[in-house]
Design a protein around this ligand. Structure first.
Ligand code: MN
Length: 239
């Protein structure tokens, strides 16, 4: 059955949480002997909702192009780079920890695949109201939800050029806001501030230009209406 819950469960099992590992179907005992070393290791995860689900905050055409074109290119070029370099490591997280020792294409497209896979998951139609442990932790860390959003918005607005703003759990277990350039993320050894991403906002122009043109701040403000806080809570809990 292709219910939203089933689709979501499937995505969690096959794509995002297990990112960097071979898809379950590719790792089954039956298939393993037939696995072609040049076969595509990484696959484009389906959106967990319809293209128009985040309207009016994120428009349908942007979602179609962003997912079907931009994200797909990251996946394709990541697979190409892995095949060309004969890399045997299949965990993106492990590669991120030593990203300087990999070709820059792995950094760019592996980051692109990881970041976008997360991005689709941490948004949802009807999102927006934080609750649970993450809500309490944000208030305890930043003083209030408004103060947190202000600091996060500043990080997103001030990222020059293309990149991402992040809420992370840092290596001391504390919440922290940061941003990265291009498709880098806080799991990479090159990141100034390192930690586990809990929430990421894509501030590349391709994420907002069709609807918001040069008004990045309006896109950032709209984003808060579609944040999937349940997903952020799960990530905070390490699930
Ligand atoms: Mn993007």
């Amino acid at each position: 059955m292709d219910t939203p819950q089933n689709r979501r469960t499937f995505i969690r099992k096959s794509g995002l949480i297990a990112i960097g590992t071979l898809a379950a179907s590719q790792l089954s005992a039956n298939d393993f002997g037939l696995l072609n070393v040049d076969a595509a290791i990484f696959t484009l995860p389906p959106l967990p909702y319809d293209y128009n689900a985040l309207e009016p905050y994120i428009d349908t055409l942007t979602m179609q192009i962003h997912h079907d074109k931009h994200h797909k290119v990251y996946v394709d070029k990541l697979n190409e780079a892995i095949a060309a370099s004969k890399i045997t490591e299949t965990s993106l997280e492990k590669m991120f920890q030593k990203i300087n020792s990999y070709p820059v294409a792995i950094r760019n497209h592996g980051g692109g695949h990881y970041n976008h896979s997360m991005f689709w998951q941490i948004m949802t139609p009807g999102g927006g109201n934080a609750s649970g442990v993450i809500n309490e932790a944000i208030i305890a860390t930043f003083g209030s939800m408004d103060e947190f959003k202000k600091k996060f918005n500043d990080a997103a607005k001030s990222r020059f050029g293309s990149g991402w703003a992040w809420l992370i759990k840092n290596n001391s277990g504390k919440l922290e806001i940061c941003s990265t350039a291009n498709q880098d993320n806080p799991l990479m050894e090159v990141a100034e501030i390192k930690g586990t991403p809990l929430l990421g906002l894509d501030v590349w122009e391709h994420a907002y230009y069709l609807k918001y043109q040069n008004l990045r701040a309006d896109y950032i403000a709209a984003f808060w209406n579609v944040v999937n806080w349940n997903e952020v809570n799960k990530r905070f809990a390490g699930k």
